[in-house]
Design a protein around this ligand. Structure first.
Ligand SMILES: [Zn+2]
Length: 329
């Protein structure tokens, strides 16, 4: 059995819609007023959006459900699904700990709760029956004030081990603040964390070259090969891997068709820039929403050739932040 690694998956988008729906039923959640049956919920949850902003709004609903109390429920289901249906050996799961704290509590209390969120996730992503290795990436967020992002970074540093890196997430807004983000990423690196950032996902405007000096990987970055292929040389020199999530771009309205990824893959290959194929938010994609499904779609749309597949799968292990050896095939 081939075993795979996924380096870009959000906790908020990792769960199959049926798991979320069953959870809502258990809680008798008010959202069910809009969705009396599963089919309606499924269609809403997995529908393609026009923009990333629209996509992120639904994400926010799930983040609020994943409170301290309920995280064990979601973590177990996420691990067993990834192991059983996707053959994942290794997963880097990313999330914003602040968004999972008690929304009614004062900010100082919420900041204090972030550590507990990480501890609960750490304790619940090692189910005995499903031997998958899950490492965590904590997400900073462009919508949050700098002081809160500093606090998230501190939680990441305090939990190095289970936490292997930090990411910068949220819609690509406030491009002018790049210096703040570069400084935080440099601090993360100096503290022993690896770094990635959502960048060049919806356009090129946000891609300041200074980011390249502090990042180990780039989340998406597809607009670099598409619009600024001249920048690829620098990425290759610095050995920065792109995390490319094929179905995600259709769901967030970034690309119309998978075939647009041909240019991304061919230009990166030519320039010597590594690509790890990842899933981003598989639970938000129409079924089948798995990593092997993403591999298949790339071949199906002539983005890659079958002969390139093994190298791409290996790239995910090679570019991982916390993978140590093991018996990958
Ligand atoms: Zn993402």
């Amino acid at each position: 059995m081939a075993l795979y690694a996924d380096l870009h998956r959000h906790l908020g988008g990792a769960l199959h819609p049926r798991i979320i729906y069953k959870f809502l039923q258990r809680q008798d959640h008010r959202v069910l007023n809009y969705f009396p049956d599963y089919e309606g919920f499924y269609n809403w949850f997995t529908r393609p959006c026009r923009t990333l902003e629209e996509f992120v709004k639904i994400h926010t609903l799930v983040e609020e459900l994943q409170s301290l109390e309920h995280l064990p429920y979601f973590c177990l289901r996420l691990c067993r699904g990834a192991y059983t249906f996707e053959n994942l050996q290794y997963l880097e799961l990313r999330y914003n700990p602040y968004f999972r704290t008690d929304h009614q509590a004062p900010e100082a209390i919420r900041i204090g709760q972030m550590n507990q969120i990480v501890e609960v996730i750490t304790a619940n992503v090692r189910p005995a029956d499903y031997p998958i290795t899950v490492k965590q990436i904590l997400c900073l967020d462009r919508r949050l004030p700098l002081a809160l992002n500093e606090a998230i970074l501190k939680v990441a540093i305090d939990n190095i081990g289970p936490v292997v890196g930090v990411d910068l997430a949220g819609p690509e807004i406030n491009n002018q603040l790049w210096e703040d983000w570069v400084r935080l990423m440099a601090k993360a690196r100096a503290s022993g964390l690896k770094t990635t950032s959502h960048l060049g996902e919806t356009g090129i405007e946000n891609v300041h070259p200074q980011y390249f000096t502090v990042l180990d990987r780039i989340g998406h970055g597809i607009h670099i090969p598409l619009v600024r292929p001249d920048m690829l040389k620098e990425l290759a020199k610095r050995q920065i891997t792109l995390e490319v999530c094929p179905t995600s771009y259709r769901q967030t309205g970034v690309l119309k068709d998978f075939s647009e990824l041909r240019t991304v893959f061919s230009r990166c290959k030519e320039a010597g820039v590594a690509i790890a194929v990842c899933t981003d938010n598989p639970g938000r994609n129409p079924a089948p929403c798995t990593l092997p499904g993403e591999y298949e779609r790339l071949i199906d749309h002539d983005v890659i050739d079958f002969s390139e597949l093994k190298a791409i799968q290996n790239e995910a292990f090679r570019s991982a932040f916390g993978f140590v050896g093991g018996n990958r095939t």
